[in-house]
Design a protein around this ligand. Sequence first.
Ligand code: HEM
Length: 201
Amino acid sequence: MAEMVRKSSVDEILNHWILAGSCILLMITGFAFLFHWEAVSSVFGGVNGMKTVHNYGGVVFSLSLLYSMRHYFKDALEYDADDVQWFKVAGGYLSHKVTVPPMGKYNPGQKLYYLAIVGAGIAIALSGFALWFMKDNASMLLLAHLVHNIAFIVFVIAVPVHVYLGTLANPGTFKLMVSGTLPLSEAKRRYPKWMKAAGKM
Ligand code: HEM
């Protein structure tokens, strides 16, 4: 049997499911508030029930986002010359004629995605708690609505792209979200610098 390499720990897999599940629930209920989707709010017993689910979903999302920092934050802050070159060739996604430089555990697109999620996540969480607990402060409510909606736009753009790249665009990647492992031969091909650092090449 092929030797396997663990890319995501069990702890990381569980947290990713909690992060993804809460984020998608928040996005669906958020859209339902914005566009008055009664078919969705009726699932939660009306708008008030949906608000309760959205608020507590926000608590779960915030905790899970904070916890995710121990998995990705350090990697997401480190970039080298190969990462810069990766941007120049758009990761090889736009043309098969370019040479994609060797990558470490995460490519710079994934690292920037994580920083966008942390930035927008903190903004959406803080403004969400302001909307929840500072109902008497009219100017704070106005600012919180603005920040909440701008951060929401970041999620609406970034998350579908991430889901597409983690499934259809890169067949086999979704397995990392379930088992967290991949064959050593594939890891050597996709993440040569990570495998070198781990003494596997
Ligand atoms: C439900 C649909 C989703 C799918 C199918 C999915 C898929 C994946 C996969 C396969 C990976 C591993 C990539 C690798 O190690 O190379 C991953 C990583 C990650 N996911 Fe997701 N994901 C989903 C939703 C989300 C959501 C909603 C968020 C954030 C709000 C999120 C945040 C992350 C982060 C931060 C990483 C690690 C760094 C990265 O790959 O950018 N994911 N995801």
